[in-house]
Design a protein around this ligand. Structure first.
Ligand code: ADP
Ligand code: ASP
Ligand code: MG
Length: 476
């Protein structure tokens, strides 16, 4: 049994939608397949925009609703055969009416809780899944929609809910045992529910995670993530158009990439697959014959010395300087207490050995609250001069070279330092991670593209992807 997940970019137009249906139709003949589908590209953003407008008392939310309606009607008339259209149209109309009522409620109340917001954003997935069922039936396939709300149990942290794996595994296994194996099950990504039955979401781009939750729990032979690139590349192709497709990555490398900004995989995706040793393939809907990137426990040492370069933007640094080092440990403990109380996730920390200065890198949305609270917590220490300067800097980015061969780690790090120096790129912080074989550093966000381009040129400049041998080869 395998799992295939298709993202919003793969189903952005009626032509693509049909293409995806044909890929499902052909490939599901080889092996029993569970399909996970995201919303049509852009719909989740539109739903969030409509919620925002309605909550602000702006009637323009109805225009967005109208757009969403028209998009789905257009898809319906282009991809579903006429004899199947009525049933799907009825389903879509019911969903759209419910959506309209929810948005009207928000408009009247002028507010929207995160619980209601989650129940609205998942409509994108309900709508696309309904159209997919109609499309596959039009291609002569037996298929059935299965609501992830009944399969994936989470806590009530709406917007980015944590999965309760014990309960979810139980629900999924019970469901699978009773599943009619003559039908292709179509499951909505991104969606779950809490113990009170309220809809939750798994975080933006969470359908990748849905795929591995299901694949891991049911011990699938493979989870395929179908997107708009040939696989995991040596850099984001939007920054480096000549980036090379990687044949293979280890779970650890893929996980580092996902967590450290590589948009191609949602950050939580790898763990459930790794736990059950289920391999994950990243494949291209636009180029289905391409081999893609295979993610498993294995890795190969690359001739290039690094596998991929990624970036995480929207970061800020907050730095403290102590003028009296004897307070060091206590101040650290209170700082961490503050972070825990405010629930601020720290991206990374750098601290001098003599306890004199410490810098936290956090997502910029937390910068002001953290600064304010530090000033409040340490008012006395600041007045007495035990704590010196507290400064902050926004618009920062973390760049990471992922998958460095262990024997060449120091050599690679030296080359990175040289490239930065030769190109006059200033870094605020360097972060060694020889255990995970990654190397990260902080730069000003304005330097992201330049930094990635020059690093990519340094490590991959002499390498191209050869179609004949289907791997990266040196041209030097
Ligand atoms: P989907 O809608 O299928 O979930 P996403 O837009 O979430 O697709 O992810 C695919 C995008 O990820 C690509 O278009 C690419 O711009 C981006 N990306 C970022 N880093 C990488 C990388 N290292 N390799 C491949 N794609 C990457
Ligand atoms: N539709 C959701 C989003 O745009 C989930 C996903 O695409 O994976 O975030
Ligand atoms: Mg995605």
């Amino acid at each position: 049994m395998k799992v295939m997940k298709f993202g919003g970019t793969s189903i952005g137009t009626p032509d693509l939608f049909l293409k995806v249906a044909k890929i499902i139709s052909n490939r599901s003949e080889e092996e029993f397949t569970i399909v996970i589908l995201s919303a049509i590209g852009g719909i989740t953003d539109k739903l969030l925009g409509a919620i925002d407008l309605a909550a602000n008392g702006d009637k323009k939310y109805t225009l967005i609703l109208e757009e969403i309606k028209l998009i789905h009607y257009e898809f319906l008339s282009n991809v579903v055969a006429e004899n199947n259209q009525q049933l799907i149209q009825d389903q879509i109309n019911t969903l759209l009416l419910e959506l309209e009522n929810k948005l009207k409620g928000i408009f009247l109340l002028r507010e929207c809780s995160s619980r209601i917001s989650d129940s609205i954003v998942t409509f994108g997935e309900y709508l696309s899944n309904s159209v997919m069922v109609g499309t596959l039936r039009s291609l002569g396939k037996k298929c059935e929609f299965h609501d992830a709300k009944r399969l994936i149990r989470t806590n009530s942290n709406y917007g980015d809910a944590e999965v309760n794996f014990a309960e979810t595994n139980h629900l999924l296994q019970k469901w699978f045992a009773l599943l009619n194996k003559n039908h292709i099950p179509i499951v909505n990504g991104f969606t779950g529910s809490d113990e009170n039955g309220h809809v939750t979401t798994l975080g933006r781009s969470g359908s990748d995670f849905t795929a591995t939750i299901i694949g891991g729990s049911l011990n699938a032979s493979l989870v395929e993530i179908w997107t708009d690139v040939d696989g995991v590349l040596s850099a984001d192709p939007k920054v480096v158009p000549s980036a090379i497709t990687l044949d293979q990555l280890s779970y650890n490398e893929a996980s580092s990439l996902a967590v450290l900004g590589g948009k191609v995989i949602h950050p939580k995706t790898i763990a459930p697959a790794e736990k059950q040793n289920v391999p994950v393939s990243i494949l291209n809907t636009f180029n289905p014959k391409a081999k893609g990137t295979f993610i498993s426990f294995n890795t190969i040492v690359s001739d290039v010395h690094i596998k991929t370069i990624t970036y995480l933007k929207g970061l800020s640094s907050i730095s403290l300087f102590e003028s009296e080092s004897k307070y060091g440990q206590k101040i650290l403990v209170r700082l961490f207490g503050l972070l825990a109380r405010l629930e601020i996730p720290v991206v990374t920390i750098s601290k001098s050995a003599y306890n004199q200065s410490i810098s936290f890198i956090v997502h910029s949305e937390y910068e002001h609250v953290f600064l304010e609270e530090i000033n409040r917590e340490f008012t006395l220490e600041i007045e007495n001069g035990f704590l010196g300067k507290i400064s902050s800097k926004s618009n920062l980015a973390l760049i990471t070279a992922i998958g460095i061969g262990s024997s060449s780690y120091s050599l690679v790090v030296r080359r990175i330092h040289d490239v930065l120096e030769n190109n006059r790129i200033k870094s605020l912080m360097f972060l060694d991670d020889p255990h995970s074989l990654n190397f990260s550093f902080i730069v000003d966000a304005l330097e992201i593209n330049k930094t990635i381009v020059v690093l990519h040129e340094e490590f991959f400049g002499d390498y191209i992807y050869s179609k004949e041998v289907n791997k990266i080869v040196s041209v030097a």
